[in-house]
Design a protein around this ligand. Sequence first.
Ligand code: PXL
Length: 277
Amino acid sequence: MEYKRVLTIQDISCLGQCSMTVALPIISACGIETAVLPSAVLSTHTAGFTGFTVRDLAGDMPGIREHWVKEGIRFDAVYTGYLGSSEQVDYVLDIARDCARDEFALIVDPAMADHGKLYPAFDMAYVEAMKKLCGAADYLLPNITEACFLCGMEYKAEYDEAYILTLVKALAEMGVKNVILTGVSYSPGKTGIAVYRNAALEYYEHEFLPNSCHGTGDIYASAFTGALIRGKDAFESAKLAADYTLECIRYTADDPSHWYGAKFEPVLGRLIEAVNR
Ligand code: PXL
């Protein structure tokens, strides 16, 4: 089997168990070489901490791409998360164009909003830029808030399957090939993942754990990427990533002092077993 190589582009939150510090170990644990391109360096993530430092690394991106092109460096997939600024979108698309192996997937987690609101660092100009990146995605992994921002639909905390179908169809019309919509709940105590591909909607429902932790979207997208690049299909990968994320949340549930992230490390063994099954 060819040794697979994924590039992940997202920030390094030095502390916070999110973005790069979860993507690198999780994708590596799936048995995949993981290259990184940090979009920004922050002292912590922005969800709950105040006074954090931020350095946008957009200026380094064109030079890094040029070097990789000169060296003939190629990837089986590029997986993007939290970016440092709107201008990074074009740099990311240039890298995906110039450094792709013949069989290639662009996996995009818009990582810009939740619970009806944008993250503190972002504005509508960032949303506009993300529309371009998301439209090019082979696999897009938004939550409902991000999906609404991307297609200009009203955010609803309560909804039915018709609303979800309208949302995923609107994303497909933007050019997305496979939509993996997270946090879709139709009944109390349950949540799940809606997968829209080839004009068909599938749904994986699982238990809802009330202790929501920060960074679980990144854990989810990283496990999805690992499973997909190990050859599982979009629905299987969506399901495997949901089961792993749930394990991480469950493992963190009895420790309220660990509010800033999920303890994904002790349950990596279960992920490794699942991807190798
Ligand atoms: O988990 C998404 C994320 C990634 N990176 C940074 C964040 C967040 C969410 O708030 O602040 C810096």
